[in-house]
Design a binder for this molecule. Sequence first.
Ligand SMILES: NC(=O)c1ccc[n+]([C@@H]2O[C@H](COP(=O)([O-])OP(=O)(O)OC[C@H]3O[C@@H](n4cnc5c(N)ncnc54)[C@H](OP(=O)(O)O)[C@@H]3O)[C@@H](O)[C@H]2O)c1
Length: 402
Amino acid sequence: MADFLRDAEIPERCFIAALLGPDSEARTGDRKRTNLLAVASQCQALIPNRNVDLGLATLHRSTAALHLAAVKKEYHVAVVGATGAVGAEFFRVLERRNLPVASIRALASEKSAGKTVEFRGQRVAVEELGENSFDKIDIAFFSAGGEISRKFVPIARKAGTIVIDNSSTFRMDLDVPLVIPEINGRDVKQHRGLIANPNCTTAVALMAIYPLHRAFGVRRVFAASYQAVSGSGQRAIDELKEQVAATMQDRRSPVQVYPYQIAFNVLPHVDIFLEGGYTKEEMKMQSEGRKIMHLPEFRASVTCVRVPVYRAHSVAVNAEFEKKVSVEQAREVLAKAPGLELVDEPQKNRYPMPLTVAGKDNCEVGRVRLDCAFENGLAFWVSGDQLLKGAALNAVQIAELM
Ligand SMILES: NC(=O)c1ccc[n+]([C@@H]2O[C@H](COP(=O)([O-])OP(=O)(O)OC[C@H]3O[C@@H](n4cnc5c(N)ncnc54)[C@H](OP(=O)(O)O)[C@@H]3O)[C@@H](O)[C@H]2O)c1
C-alpha cells in the first residue's frame, strides 16, 4: 500500500476533494484510489505527496461520507472580493495568523483587474474572477456578495477548492456547516468542500450569548443592533465620509447606499423587509443562532439599526434563561469565554464601544445586569469588529481548524 501511495501521483487537491466528498460525483476524482487511501490511512500510512501529511490525519466513516482531516503544511489561497471591505481584512488577517499560506490570489471584478493589493510586503495583482480562477487553489475565501457566491462557489468546489463563504447564500443548507470556532468548531469536520461564515451581527451577539447559554440555558432573547456602515461594504464607508463632509460644509450630498442619509441619522432598516415586518437581517439571529448553537428551540426577536459608525457592530441583548442567574455568575462566565473580553466597570465609565473594539479580534461585553422584566434574565451590551469576528477573522479561524 505504501508503494501504491508513493507511485500514485494524485494531485493533492483532488485527493482532498475526493475524500471530502466521495459521494459527490463531480468531486470524487478517482473513487477507487479514494477507498485505497482511506484504508491506507487507517494503517497509519504516510502520504508521499508534497504537502499532505497523513501521519496526523484522522479518518472516520460516517453514513454520509468519508471525512479526512489532512494536515497540510501550506495552502494556496484565493480571496474573492479582494478589493472590498472584508477582502482587505482577509489580507491583513492572513498576514498575522497561523494559517500557512504558500501563495495568495486576489480576485475581484473586471474593473479592479490590474490593481494591486499588499500581502507580506509584496504587491499582488488583482485578477478578474473567472471560471479558471480556482486552478491549484486549496482554499478560497468568498466575500463578493451572494450572487457571486451562487455562481462561483460550485465552480470552485468542482476544481477541488475548499470554500469558506461570507455570503448568506448557503448558510442554512443542511450539508453546509455554519461555524463560529469558539462555539461549534467541531462542525467544520462535517464539511464537504464548503463552510459558511455566519451573519456578522449574529456572530458578535452569539459570542456573549453562547457562554451564558452553556451555563444557564438560554430560552429567548430580545435584541437591538447598532450596525456600522462598513457592514454594507466600501461604498457605504465612502458615502458616510462624504455625507459628513458635505453636512459640515452646508452642502447636500447624494444618497445612494441607504434609502436615507446615514450621517447624523439612524435607520431602523438593515436588509430587506420580509412578510411579517421583520427584516431578513433581523431573522438571521434566530435561524443562524439555532444552527450554530444546535438549539432548535432558540427564539430571538431583533430590531436591526444602522448607525453612523464606521466600524464595529454593537448589540443590546435581553436574554431569558432556564436557570436562575446572578450578575456575579454571569460576569464570571463571560470573563472566561474564549474570544470575548469583559469590559464592565460602569462606575468608571468602562463599557464596550465601537471605537475601542474596532480592529480588535476579541469581542467585548459589558453593562451586565439583571433584567428587570424577565424572571431569569440578563441585560447586556456586546460590541465586536464585524469585519473581523463577523467576517475575515472568523473565516480564517475556520480554515485553521480544517
Ligand atoms: N462588510 C461586512 O461587515 C460583512 C460581514 C460579513 C459578511 N459580509 C459579506 O461579505 C461580502 C462582501 O462584503 P463587503 O462589505 O466586503 O463588500 P464590498 O466592500 O462592496 O466589496 C465587494 C467585493 O466584491 C467584488 N465584486 C463585486 N462584483 C464582482 C464581480 N462581478 N466579480 C468579482 N468580484 C466582484 C468587489 O470587487 P470590485 O472592487 O472589483 O467591484 C469587491 O472586491 C458580502 O457578501 C457581505 O454580505 C460582509
